[in-house]
Design a protein around this ligand. Structure first.
Ligand SMILES: [Zn+2]
Length: 349
């Protein structure tokens, strides 16, 4: 019996070579150590072994069992390590390969210019209020002192959306909306999109961006002088400290007195050129002292309150500032064009 056991051990160890595969190892394990394996068979024959020899045989069986189990465990560990090393070698990371580039988005040039302008007003103490694009006649025209026969109210200028509503033709509705809800003192800028039935061209678009601004307080606290101060400060912060600025008297329904503001032509710096029609000046915004009728429309007594307002388009300054000569480029969503304007550094100047 002892010889039989030694033979089982020798044969098993012969097969459990260093190069044995998973399947070969498993075959040996089942044949020798399995439930009906060779060692189990030997144990079954124990009855025929003389009593005195049984402990020695039992010990030998256990010893062979342990020995083979340890050998199998060691071989399996080797196989696992080998597999891990191979897979690491195959999936080796080449750190010299170029990485996958994540495309970087950009802020639309008109939005960049708008944000820069708003930053300047915020630095002067104005707050920013967004109002609505779809408006009623009262807030877009009537409260702003547009006479019923004013040409701007006609259908060829304004988009009507039905139900007495229209797409606002300017951001001045922001003035009315804010003053209806809050009492002075107020210093607010209302940016937003406006809509007019213009053909899309080099200089005009049916959709454009405006900033409306106004400041209202008790009578005597806010004068035309403050209006000039705020606008000159803004224009020089935006176009540069040397920018020439002039005010010309003008007419708007919602301000009295009214003025238009020109800056020196950015191309010829005031000398005169084709773009400014040899005047040296570019008209840039409209402004004035808020008309008493506008204050009355929002239930403020013009004897008690006074203020100024201004409004201007953002696309034209954006054209001037970015050196672009066709407004259509802003709205055609051609990434080759838009990608030319990486985000501008924040802050004024
Ligand atoms: Zn010029």
């Amino acid at each position: 019996m002892k010889e039989q056991l030694e033979e089982i051990r020798r044969r098993a160890l012969d097969e459990l070579t260093d190069g044995a595969s998973d399947q070969q190892i498993e075959a040996v394990r089942v044949r020798v150590l399995g439930r009906s394996g060779e060692l189990t068979e030997v144990m079954r024959g124990m009855r025929e072994v003389p009593q005195a020899e049984r402990p020695a045989i039992g010990q030998l069986v256990n010893q062979i069992k342990r020995e083979l189990e340890e050998r199998i465990e060691a071989l399996k560990l080797r196989l696992r390590q080998g597999a891990l090393e191979r897979s690491l070698a195959e999936a080796r990371l080449d750190v010299t390969l170029p990485g996958a580039r994540v495309p970087r988005g950009r802020i639309h040039p008109v939005t960049q210019i708008l944000e820069r302008m708003l930053d300047i007003f915020v630095s002067m103490g104005f707050e920013v209020a967004m109002t609505r694009d779809v408006e009623d006649d009262f807030h877009n025209f009537e409260a702003l002192n547009f006479p019923p026969d004013h040409p701007a109210r006609e259908m060829q200028d304004t988009f009507l959306v039905g139900g007495g509503l229209l797409l606002r033709s300017h951001t001045s509705n922001g003035q009315i909306r804010v003053m209806e809800e809050r009492k002075p003192p107020l210093a607010v800028v209302c940016p937003g999109r406006c809509y007019r039935r213009d053909e899309l061209s080099v200089r005009a678009s049916p959709m454009f961006t405006q900033i409306e601004g106004f400041m209202v307080d008790r009578v005597g606290r806010i004068t035309m002088g403050h209006l000039k101060g705020v606008l000159i400060e803004f224009l020089r912060a935006f176009y540069g400290p040397e920018t020439g600025v002039r005010f010309r008297s003008s007419y708007f329904p919602f301000t009295e007195p009214s003025a238009e503001v020109d800056i020196h032509c950015l191309l010829c710096k005031g000398a005169g050129c084709r773009v400014c029609k040899h005047t040296g000046w570019t008209e840039i915004l409209g402004c004035g002292m808020i008309h008493p009728n506008v204050l009355r429309a929002v239930k403020l007594d013009p004897e008690e309150f006074q203020g100024f307002a201004f409004g201007f388009g953002v696309e034209r300054p954006a054209l001037l500032k970015l050196g672009v000569d066709d407004m259509r480029l802003f709205f055609e969503n051609d990434l080759r064009f838009l990608a030319q304007f990486p985000s501008l550094a924040g802050g004024a100047a």
